[in-house]
Design a protein around this ligand. Sequence first.
Ligand code: SAH
Length: 249
Amino acid sequence: MNFDLIVDFFKGLKRQGPGSAECTKRALDLSGLADRSDPLKIADIGCGTGASTLVLAEELDAHITAVDLFDRFLDSLTDNAEKQGLNQKIDTLTCSMDSLPFSQSSLDAIWSEGAIYNMGFEKGIRYFKPFLKTGGILAVSEITWLSKDRPIEISRYWNKNYPEIALASEKISQLEDQGFRLKGYFPLPENCWRKQYYEPMLNQMDEFLARHQTSEAEEFIAAETEEIELYKKHHHFYSYGFYVAEKIE
Ligand code: SAH
């Protein structure tokens, strides 16, 4: 897949995955991070243009390292942070989420919205854990089935695109098996997909196709459109689940 094309499509958007400021704040409430007294050290992994990073910076006494594979996303994040007067609290780091430079037990929290799938949930939580202090918070959103039974069309689609998709009970068990204590879980509501994510995408598709008159660009838009159509049809059966957990030891 042509990453330049994907980055070009998503860099002008406020978010690169489903979510909302309200849901970031809801997860923050579950985490209890605001009650911790010292300035916090946090990494936001796969932060994109910083939808969640900016909320964390606004809400917490914290220093946040915003990590993404693509510096063009991080450049937008830096611009936005400057506009909001939050740049003192944020550093950016262009780096893959599977080769992080943090010291062991150095972070109060690892935040990651709509991104851990790039490593896979189970591998990702196992890899992230040593960077957290004991009692540190892991807050991740991850694609999740909302019911045991679901139409074959949507089962096939997600099992092909992300075979690790599972019920929340399974994801929570994986967290518990890895030495985390669940502090809370909620599925992202529909507006996090439609209003916050898909609508802005749909609004810029024509202009994107006018700028990139290639079959690759057409295929990319066709794939995104298919995802959106399937969401409209089957949204009762899946969402991103937000998992907030604490490292026990
Ligand atoms: N957290 C943001 C972006 C989610 S989209 C939001 O909620 O809006 C997933 C993000 O993961 C993208 O920004 C993408 O560039 C980033 N990403 C993909 N593979 C990555 C990797 N291996 N390491 C770090 N970031 C990665």
